[in-house]
Design a protein around this ligand. Structure first.
Ligand SMILES: *[C@@H]1O[C@H](CO)[C@@H](O)[C@H](O)[C@H]1NC(C)=O
Ligand SMILES: *[C@@H]1O[C@H](CO)[C@@H](O)[C@H](O)[C@H]1NC(C)=O
Ligand SMILES: *[C@@H]1O[C@H](CO)[C@@H](O)[C@H](O)[C@H]1NC(C)=O
Ligand SMILES: *[C@@H]1O[C@H](CO)[C@@H](O)[C@H](O)[C@H]1NC(C)=O
Ligand SMILES: *[C@@H]1O[C@H](CO)[C@@H](O)[C@H](O)[C@H]1NC(C)=O
Ligand SMILES: *[C@@H]1O[C@H](CO)[C@@H](O)[C@H](O)[C@H]1NC(C)=O
Ligand SMILES: *[C@@H]1O[C@H](CO)[C@@H](O)[C@H](O)[C@H]1NC(C)=O
Length: 352
């Protein structure tokens, strides 16, 4: 009999609470003088924290309960909720307090304390707001594209309140690139290759991720500098290529490919630079060289001349007794200039 009464009682109480929910926001005072409904200030709690729900009692309370939406969490000291995070804190004449530990997003909503006194039922409702730090949940991976491609990067974040998103190009003094989830770069140039950073921020916290864009482009070689080398000396030709990915180098002499292992000669390529070194230049080494830089997007070449330089010896410098007699720096300078003129003309003389 008493069980039956209790069930009916709860049905009324729960019904009351549901009516409260359906009205959207509970009202402070209804025309019905049989009830007394109170709304407490919203409680804001961060995800993972504990929230305490406190409800005032009175000395003539016969039944009391805490409800989450339409389901009972606690009826007096009886736990109805199966959720282990929910527990009773205090139940006495003054207060009825329960707590929810490790709060998550789904716990957000209205909680109602329904109290039956000897005179009339009353409810106290409280809205629990759950805040969640931003978390970037969908983010572009590092990408490699060819110059001229259209690139779209995505950065989507969860969090409450909803985080705001911004993109920065941090390889280039951190310029703002976009304030949207999508960063769109049409026809990307090599200058826009580098690291981009997405920041998701709300009142609670910030989340940051970075992504790297590699822009591939065909090599372009710097113009070759001709090299004047004295017979029997060391001669070096340098070829520099700007390319992504880094170029492979090939060297040709008069259209014939040359390889490492040829006499007294070495090709060393490191990064963007390739060096062709002759340790002991012989007559046959003089001539026209071509450096070709190649990557998967294309190739580029430049040509150099290695020409003879007659080393200024004592005889070429001093040109006989007059200069010796003279003994002045002036004569030496004149002869040195003559020598330079010869060097400068040599490449042209060589062609004939
Ligand atoms: C409490 O939260 C609800 C739901 O977000 C909102 O509609 C209401 O304005 C808030 N009340 C106060 C006092 O902040
Ligand atoms: C409250 O109710 C919602 C919806 O049924 C549920 O997802 C959530 O886990 C409940 N929270 C507690 C603390 O009972
Ligand atoms: C991530 O964002 C892209 C682009 O908006 C979308 O196509 C994709 O479905 C998203 N992935 C997930 C897991 O949300
Ligand atoms: C890049 O986008 C532009 C429009 O913004 C379009 O006209 C062009 O065809 C696209 N290029 C590629 C390679 O998809
Ligand atoms: C350079 O080559 C010439 C001719 O083969 C040889 O006579 C000379 O000794 C070499 N010099 C050096 C430093 O190896
Ligand atoms: C060197 O060879 C390249 C390629 O064969 C040619 O284009 C260039 O004119 C030549 N340079 C000279 C100075 O002969
Ligand atoms: C060098 O480049 C020119 C065009 O710039 C091309 O015609 C020529 O075939 C190239 N030479 C080699 C050896 O790749």
């Amino acid at each position: 009999m008493s069980i039956m009464k209790n069930v009916m009682y709860w049905a009324v109480l729960v019904g009351m609470a549901i009516t409260l929910m359906e009205q959207g926001s509970p009202v402070h005072s209804q025309g019905d003088s049989q009830s007394d409904n109170k709304v407490m200030d919203n409680i804001t709690v961060r995800e993972g924290e504990t929230v305490f729900l406190r409800c005032e009692q009175g000395d003539v309370v016969t039944h009391t309960a805490w409800l989450n939406r339409s389901s009972i969490l606690y009826a007096g000291e009886d736990k109805w909720s199966v959720d282990p995070r929910v527990s009773l804190v205090t139940l006495n004449q003054e207060e009825f307090t329960i707590k929810i530990e490790n709060v998550d997003m789904t716990d957000e909503g209205q909680y109602v304390c329904a109290v039956q006194t000897s005179s009339r039922p009353r409810t106290t409702s409280v809205h629990v707001l759950v805040q969640v730090p931003p978390k970037i949940i969908n983010f572009s991976r590092d990408i490699v594209v060819n110059e001229g491609s259209n690139v779209t990067l995505v950065c989507q974040a969860s969090g409450k309140p909803e985080p705001s998103i911004s993109w920065k190009f941090i390889s280039n003094s951190g310029d703002l690139a976009s304030d949207d989830e999508l960063l769109e770069i049409s026809s990307i140039s090599r200058q826009r290759a580098g690291v981009y950073e997405c920041t998701a921020v709300n009142e609670i916290d910030t989340d940051v991720q970075t992504v790297d864009i590699t822009v591939n482009y065909a090599p372009s070689v710097s113009e070759g500098r001709d090299a004047g080398v004295t017979l029997g000396q060391r001669g070096v030709l340098e070829c520099e290529a700007d390319a992504v990915p880094e170029a492979d180098f090939e060297w040709y002499k008069d259209n014939r490919r040359i390889f490492n292992g040829f006499d007294d000669m070495e090709i060393v390529s490191t990064g963007s630079l390739s060096k062709l070194t002759f340790y002991n230049v012989s007559d046959g080494d003089y001539g026209n060289y071509t450096c070709v830089a190649i990557n998967k997007l294309g190739s580029s070449n430049t040509s150099f001349l290695m020409y003879v330089v007659i080393e200024p010896t004592s005889s070429t410098l001093l040109q006989g007794p007059r200069a010796v007699q003279d003994g002045s720096g002036g004569a030496k300078a004149v002869n040195f200039h003559t020598c330079l003129l010869f060097i400068a003309l040599l490449p042209f003389l060589l062609r004939f």
